[in-house]
Design a protein around this ligand. Structure first.
Ligand SMILES: Nc1nc2c(ncn2[C@@H]2O[C@H](COP(=O)(O)OP(=O)(O)O)[C@@H](O)[C@H]2O)c(=O)[nH]1
Ligand SMILES: [Mg+2]
Length: 457
């Protein structure tokens, strides 16, 4: 133990895991100095903290700190209190029961954030990102979620929407004053503005695929014949002995799954039972069935070969399984055991020649970074830095709707005297963008969004 009293110490005080808030405590002479180095105060919020006791009549229930946040400068926009209590579920339940008895009711999932949205503290994209901020699995996805919470995504949407609103105003002016020969905005200028808006939307749509990968991660299955080194590769990538490695073929009979942060992508790697023509027992048979299921649910396959041996009937069997299933997912061939004399040649065999191969040694940890890099590229994550927004499927659908409506606007504008229809389609695009921001959005859509939140957020 390192119990030097002069040190300033810091640790998480609340339970580990995902929750609406967590408290980090720091104590020591340098606490304030250290905090000043990393904390940027940004609000003039009226906050008051009081020390005291939660009581039931005369009976003390816990020693607590109550933070009072005064409306409207609070998370929800209403008067808000945070009670810091001792982290024992018994105490927590007791205090909640007291609050409910005294007149509060249990909050629904996401209801604090819902109120923040209703009170105009956050638009819908910002409110949605609060949930992503909690569930994001890597630093990169946290950063993207934070950008959304801070309104970077909504600013982009608002700017496109404002251009459309502006354009609609010009078109309506023309429609309202047909008798006057004034041209408020030339046809070319209108077209060029529509095209600029379309480009803006297209660029956001492009980020969707990568954004989804950063949020949901990708599933990579390690397949190959027994003893190729699948479990060794899993362990080498994880940096720990998660799977049993032996030179006895058929050691891995169940699938083993772990998630790592691979250049910001949550990468779930799955070690599978080796596939071979000769099966020793029913456990191995079940294991191989599971391997096949894993192959179907994976986003990428890493097919591991033992490069110290020539191709054998087991490799051929795997090739046949993969060919038969006509899989559309990417397959990376990994030639393992590059540290041993090389006897494998897959180039001249039509069953394997299409595979782009990567040489590694799982045992000596050679070529692992190149393999991970290849994995992220294969799923379409090329420019990690460009992925700084969180675009979900709701946004994606609405952005597509907006784009389609702008395409129609453009088409009408290129015809003669079709300003009315052009104007109509521009309004459809405007509505879709409004829905992204949560303006005029239907109640049931809001319910669906906020019901996925955790209680207390
Ligand atoms: N020389 C060498 N041996 C390896 C390498 N990778 C795995 N092995 C050995 O090959 C055997 C089978 O490895 P294992 O990871 O259990 O293979 P699996 O059946 O595909 O999971 C073990 O004895 C490992 O130590 C490597 O890169 N080089
Ligand atoms: Mg294994």
């Amino acid at each position: 133990m390192n119990y030097l009293k002069e040190d300033t110490i810091a640790a998480l005080s609340t339970a580990a895991g995902k929750s609406a808030i967590a408290v980090i405590r720091m104590s020591g002479n340098n606490s304030f100095d250290i905090l000043n180095k990393v904390f940027k105060p940004s609000s003039s919020k009226d906050i008051q903290i009081k020390y005291g006791f939660i009581v039931d009549g005369n009976e003390k229930k816990d020693e607590v700190l109550c933070s009072f946040f005064y409306a409207p400068n609070t998370y929800t926009g209403e008067n808000l209190v945070e009670i810091s209590v001792h982290g024992n579920p018994v105490i927590i339940n007791e205090i909640l029961t007291l609050l409910y008895k005294a007149g509060a009711r249990p909050a629904e999932p996401g209801e604090f954030t819902y109120r923040s949205f209703l009170n105009g503290k956050k638009d819908l994209t910002q409110a949605e990102a609060v949930c992503n901020l909690i569930t994001s699995k890597t630093f990169t996805s946290v950063k993207a979620a934070l950008n959304n919470v801070n309104g970077i995504f909504s600013t982009k949407i608002k700017s496109i929407k404002n251009s459309i609103t502006n354009l609609i105003a010009f078109m309506e002016a023309n429609l309202d004053h047909p008798e006057e020969d004034i041209i408020f905005l030339s046809r070319e200028e209108k077209l060029s503005r529509v095209e600029t808006c379309m480009k803006g939307i297209e660029s956001l749509l492009k980020s969707y695929k990568v954004s989804k990968i950063f949020q949901n991660g990708i599933k990579v299955a390690f397949i190959g014949k027994p003893n190729a080194g699948k479990s060794s590769l899993l362990n080498a990538i994880l940096g720990k002995n998660r799977a049993i490695v032996t030179d006895i073929a058929g050691t891995t009979t169940d699938t083993i799954e772990e998630t790592i942060d691979c250049y910001g992508v949550p990468l779930t790697v799955i070690d599978t039972a080796g596939i071979r023509t000769h099966i020793e027992n029913s456990i191995e048979l079940l294991g191989q069935e599971k391997t096949k299921e894993t192959i179907f649910s994976a986003d990428v396959l890493v097919w591991i070969f033992d490069s110290s041996l020539p191709i054998d009937k087991n490799d051929v069997q795997i090739a046949n399984i993969l060919n038969k299933e006509n899989l559309s997912i990417p397959i990376i061939a990994v030639l393992n055991k590059s540290d041993l004399p090389q006897k494998l040649n897959i180039d001249n065999n039509p069953l394997f020649s299409k595979l782009a191969a990567t040489k590694i040694s799982a045992k000596k940890e050679i070529g692992l970074f190149a393999l991970l890099e290849k994995l992220t590229k294969v799923v379409g994550v090329n420019d990690i830095e460009s992925t700084n927004l969180m675009i979900n499927s709701r946004h994606y659908t609405l952005l597509n709707n907006a784009l389609e409506a702008l395409q129609k606007t453009k088409l009408e504008l290129s015809k003669k005297d079709a300003d009315e229809l052009a104007c109509f389609h521009a309004q459809v695009a405007q509505n879709a963008l409004n829905e992204i921001l949560g303006i005029e959005v239907k109640e049931d859509i809001l319910d669906t969004i906020f019901s996925t939140f955790c209680i207390g957020k």
